[in-house]
Design a protein. Structure first.
Length: 444
């Protein structure tokens, strides 16, 4: 199903400090990822009072500029289309649904406000971090150079000035600023979620991490509602558990059809963008499948089609389904769907469905939130190994994802002084086993 579940790895190098060894034990990789991505997302009274109003405004402007840069600067509608577009409800003319007033009646309280727009800005910021770093490396990797005696591919160091001056290298400074902006924007999003989704009196007790950090950690660990399906299929689930899994299957059909693009570049028609915004509105307001209140959006087509094709008929989705709780607890967002995450879809996507450049930007910027305990090199390597393995699996399972090369296409420079024959054989066997595993578990 596309989820990468972590298994025990080989024993790591023993460390002198017993506590540190326990922390880095490979059997606790899931705990390491959960700790890295959630420990800096708790919002207590101390954290809520330390936010600078000027700093928050600057970060909000940063997010607005990112979003503006990702929207087309031209008007795609002309003539009759423009007149028709103006007749649409303002809620579906935007990129994401926003609640600005209480003029619309609803069976659910209007509390989402501008959260979905902030989610979109955060997604764009993560993509900016990941793709800027990837572009810097791709610009010097495998560059073909034509010489009088032939042509060959050449790979240069993507960070040429890093060793001589780490603090003064312009590429490092640019990446540092982008990562700091993405991390700061996430702080603003977490704070705004605490204010806008907690009612009139937000409770900053600081005991629970943000739902965003929990969702990211679950992606890396491979935790998903589908894991519980094996128990349910074996008859080990009670009625309440079966109802929970049914709801997850219904909204997963919607999330699979929800666009998660970070550029409003005209690739989607305005009609499809409006339908996506209407689906976000339906999810955010917690409307059920039997809601027929005037002025409310219809049931999304993906959900409606699922109900039409299912035999026997699926149970209806009740009003106020899911949760708007901005903090992670024993139920949300892992057990009970977090509606803003469902509306934007990307926080519930499995690892192998991600653009891993964007996910890398999300992971490496989010682990910087804890100012009291920054990640060490082992933490960063653990995250990088998982992401690289995920990218390899994506390549292996994608039709025509990689080209089989013959011996003439391998650069002599890559063969000289790198690996001996034993290492070639070892790595080749490992890749063959990985490819066989991917074909068995994912492709079949």
């Amino acid at each position: 199903d596309g989820w990468a579940t972590l298994n025990d790895a080989e024993d790591s190098k023993a460390e002198s400090d017993d506590a540190k060894a326990e922390k880095k034990s490979p059997s606790n990789f899931e705990d390491v990822f959960q700790r890295l991505l959630t420990r800096g997302t708790c919002v207590g009274k101390k954290e809520s009072g330390s936010y600078s109003e000027i700093g928050q405004k600057a970060l909000a402007d940063f997010g607005s500029h990112l979003m503006q840069a990702m929207a087309v600067p031209w008007d795609r509608s002309t003539g009759s289309r423009k007149k028709k577009y103006r007749r649409w409800h303002p809620s579906i003319q935007r990129w994401d649904y926003e609640e600005e007033d209480d003029s619309l009646t609803s069976e659910a309280p209007t509390t989402v406000r501008s959260i979905l727009r902030l989610f979109r800005q955060q997604h764009i910021a993560w993509a900016a971090v990941g793709h800027s770093a990837a572009a810097s490396e791709a610009a010097v990797r495998g560059v073909e150079e034509v010489l009088p005696f032939g042509s060959f591919s050449k790979t240069d160091e993507p960070w040429p000035g890093y060793e001589s001056g780490k603090d003064n290298d312009p590429m490092v400074q640019e990446l540092t600023r982008t990562m700091a902006g993405a991390a700061g924007l996430l702080e603003v999003l977490i704070f705004e979620m605490s204010v806008q989704l907690s009612g009139t009196t937000p409770d900053f007790d600081g005991s629970e991490p943000s739902a965003i950090g929990k969702c990211l950690a679950d992606i890396l660990c491979g935790y998903s509602w589908s894991i519980d399906m094996k128990v349910a299929q074996g008859g080990g689930a009670n009625l309440m558990e079966r109802e929970r899994l049914t709801l997850w299957s219904q909204i997963t059909a919607l999330m699979s059809a929800m666009p998660c693009h970070v550029a409003r570049d005209g690739m989607l028609s305005q009609r499809h963008e409006a339908r996506a915004a209407a689906a976000e509105m339906w999810v955010s307001r917690g409307l059920g499948t039997n809601s027929d209140v005037s002025g409310e959006p219809p049931v999304p087509l993906a959900v409606k089609q699922l109900f039409q094709d299912a035999t026997p008929r699926l149970p209806d989705i009740e009003p106020n389904w899911g949760s708007l709780t901005p903090f992670a607890n024993e139920d949300s967002p892992s057990q009970i769907p977090f509606r803003p995450a469902v509306a934007t879809a990307f926080l519930y996507m499995p690892l192998l469905a991600w653009d891993l450049n964007t996910l890398a930007g999300a992971v490496f910027s989010s682990i910087l939130l804890d100012r009291n305990e920054f990640p060490d090199s082992e933490d960063i390597l653990n995250c990088a190994r998982l992401l690289i393995t995920g990218r390899m699996i994506q390549t292996l399972i994608t039709p025509h994802g990689f080209d089989s090369i013959d011996g003439m296409e391998i650069d002599e420079e890559d063969e000289e002084g790198r690996w001996d024959q034993t290492e070639f054989q070892k790595e080749g066997e490992a890749l063959a086993k990985l490819y066989s595993h991917c074909r068995t578990r994912v492709l079949m």
